[in-house]
Structure formats: structure tokens, C-alpha cells
Design a protein around this ligand. Sequence first.
Ligand SMILES: NC(=O)c1ccc[n+]([C@@H]2O[C@H](COP(=O)([O-])OP(=O)(O)OC[C@H]3O[C@@H](n4cnc5c(N)ncnc54)[C@H](O)[C@@H]3O)[C@@H](O)[C@H]2O)c1
Ligand SMILES: [Zn+2]
Ligand SMILES: [Zn+2]
Length: 361
Amino acid sequence: MPQQVKAVIARAKGAPVEVTTIVVPDPGPGEAVVRIQACGVCHTDLHYREGGINDEFPFLLGHEAAGIVESVGEGVTEVEPGDFVVLNWRAVCGQCRSCRRGRPQYCFDTHNAKQKMTLLDGTELSPALGIGAFAEKTLVAAGQCTKVDPAAEPAVAGLLGCGVMAGLGAAINTGNVGRGDSVAVIGCGGVGGAAVLGSRLAGAAKIIAVDIDDRKLETARRLGATHTVNSRTTDPVEAIRELTGGNGADVVVEAVGRPETYKQAFYARDLAGTVVLVGVPTPEMTLELPLLDVFGRGGALKSSWYGDCLPSRDFPMLIDLYLQGRLDLRAFVTETIDLDAVEQAFERMHHGDVLRSVVIL
Ligand SMILES: NC(=O)c1ccc[n+]([C@@H]2O[C@H](COP(=O)([O-])OP(=O)(O)OC[C@H]3O[C@@H](n4cnc5c(N)ncnc54)[C@H](O)[C@@H]3O)[C@@H](O)[C@H]2O)c1
Ligand SMILES: [Zn+2]
Ligand SMILES: [Zn+2]
């Protein structure tokens, strides 16, 4: 029987989000219904509400979630009812040209549920990133459910579903930070903060956090930054060079998504160093660089989507490290809130007051 549950939707561009009742169908073949326990508030949810992603309103928001599998459809073997899972937006297909070349993290055909959740009047909802987890229950493709150790609190585990994984992976997977490396992270919100944490985990010797907000620099220190630079008052390129013997950092992670911070990242890296762009630019932004500098500095200019993660490989491993006390994922949970407080959480995020507000269901 289809179920009626409470959920947060964005009905129209720019309008405040609202709590309403939605209809969740029984899982069909390859699908699962998950009872959501916790879901973080991410910038991307706000982008959806503002019409910055596409026009397919109404959106069912929320996508950094953990919960318990309630029921599964025909042919589902990867999870069963009762499993504790983190939801992901990279359920790889295994068949596209990228998957077949052994690079599933670049899968071109990731899976979402085929059936639609709806409003009571039958209007189809567009779930954020194919998840839609500001809801008591949601319908996803079974491959979007990644089993992790149930000893982890849902509010912490769910964060791996998006921003924190993006930052950790930008350092560990895309930037390939290794023991002894010097790393600079420009923009230390939830994503950049996670890049700092990931760099520490990978054994970086020097981790330089750059932000324009001293509160974020303080958090970055707690997460493992060895040096901090407030780029409102100090030239970050010069500061990073100075802190690295005049050379620049081996890896610079750009977690803002703006041309001026990308340029800082470009010039703050050592010769043959790596720049990782994880911040998401807007369509009108352009970048101008002397081509000779691009050529002459060598190295690698990369971008990182979802931290180049493979949920099945990375989520259980990172949760295990968290449970061993080696990865302070809890530091990202600034506050826990109710389902009806998402709009206020957007406001606090906008003012830079939180790393993550997490809705508890
Ligand atoms: N690539 C991915 O897969 C992925 C996934 C999730 C989020 N993101 C993107 O990552 C970026 C960061 O997300 P977040 O959740 O950490 O946002 P956030 O708002 O929490 O953090 C942004 C940080 O950048 C700082 N900042 C702003 N302008 C700056 C400047 N000029 N110089 C230095 N620091 C500056 C802010 O003070 C803040 O601390 C966003 O663009 C987001 O869309 C990317
Ligand atoms: Zn694929
Ligand atoms: Zn997100």
C-alpha cells in the first residue's frame, strides 16, 4: 500500500519551503523504501529551491541522509529490511563505457527509483539528487542504499551522503594527498573542512586552511589545519608560498567555486602540484589565465564531483574510521533540528553560522 508521510518540499522558485504530506509508493523492482532517521541541510537543497538546478518544481528536498531500509522490491539483493544505510547519489550502472573501463566513479548512468513520489493530488515530485530525504520515508533505487555499521549515529553517518564525502574525497581520492604532502584548502565550510580532515587522515604534513571568516578557520584548526590564513586581510598566495619554503603546496583544494579563488589555488601550488576544484561555479563565471603559466607550471588541474567516491567502497570504510576515533565526522554536526526548521537552517547556512544543520526524524 502506498504510504502518506510528512516531507519538506519546494513548491516554486524562491518561495519558502513547506512541510506537507506526500505519497510514497511501495518499492518496485530494484527499489527500496527507507525510513529516514537524519538528513543534513546542504547548499544544493537551497540551489534547488532557488531554481538554480532546474525548473522541475515541486522538489522533494534533502539528500544527506541515513536511515533504516523498510521494504525492498523484486530482485533486490544488496539490502534487506532492517539494514542501516547511508543514501548515495552514485548508484553505478556497471554497464556504461566508464563503468566498463573500470572507472565506475565516473558512471554516466547512475540509478534512481523509477516510480515517482507524489503530492496528495497526484503531482509528481522531483527528489533532490534523486534522493529526497527531508521526509519520514523515501523511495530510492536499492543501489542508492549503502550499508554501514549501525553503531554510528544517523546524524553523523548521513553526512557522508554528500558534502562531507565531497570534501574528504577531493583530498583523498581526487587530490591523492599522501604522507608528508603540503596541502592548502581554500574555503573551509562543510566541504573544505572535510578536505582538511581528509588531508590529515592521509598523512599530510602541512595543512593550510584559507577562509574569509575566522569562525571557519577556528573549526579548520580543530579538524587538523596546521596553519590558517584569513584571505580578507592577507594575500593567500603569498602566505601559502611562505609557509611552504617559498614553493607552494603540493595539493590545493578550491572549495568555494569562484574564479578569484580558483586563481589563488592555481598560483598557490608548487610546480607540478595539483589543483582540485570541488566548489561549484555558476554558469556565468569564466576564468582567464596566461596559457604559458598553465603550461609552465605543469602538474594537474582536476575537478572533483562527489569526491570521486564509490559509496560501496568509501562509506563503510569512513564510518569504521569514525568509530575508531580516527575521523571526527561529528565535528560537522553544528545543530540538530526538526523537519519544520529547514527554512531557518537555510538562513543560518547563508550567514555562515553552521557547518551542517541536521534534521532528525
Ligand atoms: N563537487 C561536489 O561534488 C560538491 C558537493 C557538495 C558541495 N559542493 C560545493 O562546494 C562548495 C562549498 O560548499 P560548502 O557546503 O562547504 O559551503 P559553505 O558555505 O559551508 O562554505 C563555503 C566557505 O567558503 C568561504 N568563502 C567564501 N568566499 C571566500 C573567498 N573569497 N575566499 C575564501 N573563502 C571564501 C566561506 O566563508 C565558507 O566558509 C559549494 O560551491 C558547493 O556547491 C561541491
Ligand atoms: Zn555506469
Ligand atoms: Zn549536498
